[in-house]
Design a protein around this ligand. Structure first.
Ligand SMILES: [Zn+2]
Length: 212
C-alpha cells in the first residue's frame, strides 16, 4: 500500500515535486511565500488515508488544517481552539468543516473495551457519545455501527465549533461563516455531507450565546 519505504524517499519525492512546480511556474513559490488566505478550515482525523489536498483537488494555500485522532474538538483543547481562533478571527475563513471518515480506527477503539494506552483518555468522550446513542447504534447491522458513531462524533464537533465565542463574534460582525459536518467515505473516496451545517446564531441554543 505505501508508496514510500523510508524518510529519504520523502526528501527525494519532494525535490522532484519542487523542480516540476518550479519548471511549470517559476514564480509559484515566491507567490506562495507572500501569504495565505484560505477560505476553509478542515478539522479531520490524522488517518493517512484522508489526504485532504488530494481528495479535494486543492492547492497549497486553499485549506487551513487541523488533524488529530478521530477528529475530536474538545472545548478546552488549546491546540484545536488556537487553530479555530486563528482561522476564524485572523484568516477569516468562511467555512469550518468537521470531517470524520468511515472505518476510523479511533472510533473503533472507542467502541472496544481493549485499552489503547494514553488514547483511552483521548477517546473517552467518544465512548460517552456511544453510550448516549447506544440503543440507536446497537440496532444497526454490526458493519454500520462504527460509521454511525463517526457521524455522531462529527455532529458533536459541529455543535462544539458553532457554540464557540469566536464563531459568534464573526456572526455578530455580519461575516458569512458556516460550520459543516462531512464524512470521507474510504470505499469510494467521496465526501458525504451530513446536512448539519450551522450558518448563524439562530441555529444555536440560547444558553451558548454570550453577552459582550
Ligand atoms: Zn480516523
Amino acid at each position: 500500500m505505501a508508496t514510500i519505504q523510508g524518510a529519504q524517499d520523502v526528501i527525494e519525492n519532494n525535490k522532484k515535486w519542487a523542480a516540476q512546480v518550479q519548471a511549470k511556474d517559476p514564480n509559484y513559490f515566491a507567490n506562495l511565500a507572500k501569504g495565505q488566505s484560505p477560505k476553509l478550515l478542515w478539522i479531520g482525523c490524522a488517518d493517512s488515508r484522508v489526504a485532504v489536498d488530494v481528495l479535494t483537488q486543492t492547492q497549497p494555500g486553499d485549506i487551513f488544517v487541523h488533524r488529530n485522532i478521530a477528529n475530536r474538538i474538545p472545548s478546552e483543547d488549546l491546540s484545536a481552539l488556537s487553530v479555530i481562533e486563528y482561522a476564524v478571527k485572523h484568516l477569516k475563513v468562511e467555512h469550518v468543516v468537521v470531517a470524520g471518515h468511515t472505518g476510523c480506527g479511533g472510533i473503533k477503539a472507542a467502541m472496544s473495551n481493549d485499552s489503547v494506552g494514553i488514547l483511552d483518555h483521548w477517546l473517552r468522550p467518544i465512548k460517552d457519545i456511544y453510550q448516549a446513542h447506544q440503543s440507536e447504534i446497537d440496532a444497526l447491522p454490526e458493519n454500520e455501527r462504527v460509521d454511525r458513531l463517526s457521524e455522531l462524533n462529527v455532529i458533536q464537533g459541529v455543535n462544539t465549533v458553532s457554540r464557540l465565542p469566536v464563531v459568534h463574534e464573526a456572526w455578530k460582525e455580519g461575516r458569512s461563516l458556516q460550520v459543516h459536518g462531512w464524512i470521507k467515505q474510504l470505499h469510494n473516496g467521496l465526501l458525504k455531507d451530513l446536512n448539519v451545517s450551522v450558518s448563524g446564531p439562530k441555529q444555536v441554543a440560547d444558553i451558548y450565546k454570550l453577552n459582550n
